[in-house]
Design a protein around this ligand. Sequence first.
Ligand code: SAH
Length: 456
Amino acid sequence: MTDIPVKEGKKYELIIHDIGDGGEGIGEIEGFTIFIEGGIPKDKLLVEITKVKKNYALGKIIEVKELSPYRIKPICAIADKCGGCQIQHIDYARQLEIKKNKVISNIDRIGKLENVLIHDVLGMNEPYRYRNKAQFPIGMENGKSIIGFYKKRTHEIVNIVDCSIHHEINDKILMIFKRIIDENKISVYEEKSGKGLLRHILTRVSHTTGDLMVVIITNGKKLPFKEKIVNELIKNVPKVKSIVQNINIKKTNVILGRECITLYGHDKIVDYIGDLRFEISPLSFFQVNPFQTKVLYDKVLEYAELTGNETVFDIYCGIGTISLFLAQRAKKVYGIEVIEAAIKDAKRNAKLNNLDNTEFFVGKAEELVPKLYKQGLKADVVVVDPPRKGCDKVVLEMIAVMKPKRVIYVSCKPSTLARDLRILNELGYKTLEVQPVDMFPHTTHVECCVRIRRKE
Ligand code: SAH
């Protein structure tokens, strides 16, 4: 380990040039990567090395030599503690710049691709109050209930009175719950012992209709003061359309259990993306930033260049939102997804929107795509939207076998995207342009939509 240029306990000066996935600053000493909690690009810092690993080191700030001009005072008073946002203390325009640079460096370094047009990130005009789903853990502090988010990298709860990325109505709902819990001494769940009743409050709000769903997650079936909770919510939150109890008695980090009991109103709420209607239940997956989802899907539609005669494969289709979006302009769309419940939702949503030119299949993409191809199905356009680990190699190889003219890659992780684009390039598919979209302002995430064309 003699070629590592830093030592534990020693101090060094460096300038932060990038941000890691957890929001930590990244700098270098003689080309060796150093992660600094709390550092942001253009900070000049004196740091002490706290841990040295084979390929990187960790350090802490000893002194700020020059503060980055990108720093702003976050809107949220508890931004430095709360694990919900990682980079609220960076000016929004700079956040978008940092995200674009992350995409560029991955395409260069990992993708080794040339002549790719990488656009500016499409951000939000109003990058606050965008989330339509919130999940708040409940705890106790000094004999009083607290509801909020987990602190960074812990399971300690930060009490929330006003969160700037969720809908305002959540503040009121949390206040009602805190009051009822304290007045009636309802027990709250304790992670260590697995005892206590109330675990989480989950809310979903439709930004298009204003309809609201409140889900109370309990460690057991009995819910004392049920009527009181329901009545207080109806009285104070006029748009509440659904109140559901969800039972989760497992000692686990997974928030929702399987069983739902509707306490008031419907068991689903309705939301729209563009003209498409969706019914959302407590357990359904649904994109959490509806405004930017529309922006992203419009880009997919543009890159698909549909005329109405195409057969489209939407691989990793989830609840079929992209499939349905494209089905409005294509001859036929096949959706492929591994989670059975998601495919059930996709089929129901297709019916709800009268899009009978769609078909959905449950299974692993790497097994289903070869099977469907053998059965004679072929794609003119392929869309892939894989999880963070990217596409299975078989899926990429099958694209080369099916020979669609156009491929659109939707990605939530630039590094695996770049790796897959490189493979596609070797398989005869050229990456033309990349459009990053900011789906999650104030976090380090960046989504990309990529236009890929079969080489002549
Ligand atoms: N296109 C969807 C979301 C895609 S997220 C939308 O826009 O809403 C990625 C999806 O890939 C998830 O739904 C996940 O369940 C699914 N998935 C993960 N591994 C898979 C595999 N091996 N085969 C098929 N689907 C898979």
